[in-house]
Design a protein around this ligand. Structure first.
Ligand SMILES: NC(=O)c1ccc[n+]([C@@H]2O[C@H](COP(=O)([O-])OP(=O)(O)OC[C@H]3O[C@@H](n4cnc5c(N)ncnc54)[C@H](OP(=O)(O)O)[C@@H]3O)[C@@H](O)[C@H]2O)c1
Length: 229
């Protein structure tokens, strides 16, 4: 069996996904921006390794991944959040997120393609902002919608390797959301049809399904409890 590479596996949802697969006895490699931090988090987890590269500097990616052997699954879930609106458009921030999430993600797959198992898969994270924009989501909505196009073309180009995307709603117990004011979280909770925010364990279950189900291909899964628009 080859490794499971979790790009953005040093915190939040990525860390939970890494914990899950380490617990299953799988060879897991987590990545973040800083190699020392990634290595130390990998050691704490009992993961096989930790690597550091900045997705917004795509030329760093292939050298950083050069030492990896056979790979079964790639999970692309790193993020740097960008509050950007067309009225006050910050070019530097926009370029950072667009480069990391669209060009950087693609370069990871390009760099690993000769080591990807034919039975393996790629999973790309997007998010609810692709369908539900809000003031300040200009770049986030753009890249999350871009994830759909990226996933679809990768599924065709990499076949028979499976490629899927996962679009979570607000995951209330992640570090990004858990410290937000109660009224902010309540505003998001009350528009869900389930009456609860998505939980990290829900996302981990969806990742396991999309990586491991041999017929899950070109699936673009919205996981948010159902939203009352
Ligand atoms: N949390 C939610 O409610 C939610 C909702 C919808 C979608 N999502 C999506 O789910 C994914 C995970 O979200 P999260 O909240 O769990 O994220 P998070 O806790 O903020 O973690 C971000 C990860 O990305 C890495 N990273 C940041 N900038 C990077 C860069 N320039 N190059 C390489 N790696 C970089 C970080 O590594 P270091 O810090 O170690 O550098 C860290 O591992 C994201 O794609 C996000 O858009 C999350």
């Amino acid at each position: 069996m080859g490794a499971i590479i979790i790009v953005g596996g040093t915190s939040g949802l990525g860390l939970a996904v890494a914990e899950h697969f380490v617990g299953q006895g799988r060879e897991v490699v987590v990545t973040g921006r800083d190699p020392d931090r990634a290595k130390s988090i990998a050691a704490e987890l009992g993961a096989a390794g930790g690597l550091g590269f900045d997705l917004s500097k795509p030329e760093q990616i292939a050298p950083a991944l050069a030492e990896l052997g056979a790979v079964d699954h790639v999970v692309l879930m790193a993020i740097e959040r960008d509050a950007n609106s067309v009225g006050a458009y910050d070019l530097t921030q926009a370029l950072q997120l667009v480069t990391m999430k669209l060009v950087g993600y693609t370069e990871v797959v390009h760099a690993l393609q000769d080591r990807l198992s034919e039975q393996g898969s790629v999973l790309v994270f997007g998010g609810l902002a692709k369908d539900r924009p809000y003031p300040g989501s200009t770049t986030v909505s753009t890249v999350n919608a871009g994830v759909l196009g990226l996933t679809r073309t990768l599924a065709v180009e990499l076949a028979p390797i499976r490629v899927n995307s996962l679009h979570p709603g607000i995951v209330g117990d992640t570090p990004f959301w858990s410290d937000k004011p109660a009224e902010v979280l309540e505003g998001h909770r009350k528009v869900t049809l389930t009456g609860r925010l998505t939980a990290t364990k829900d996302i981990v279950g969806a990742v396991a399904f999309l990586l491991e189900n041999a017929s899950a291909n070109d699936v673009h899964l919205n996981l948010n409890g159902g939203i009352r628009w």
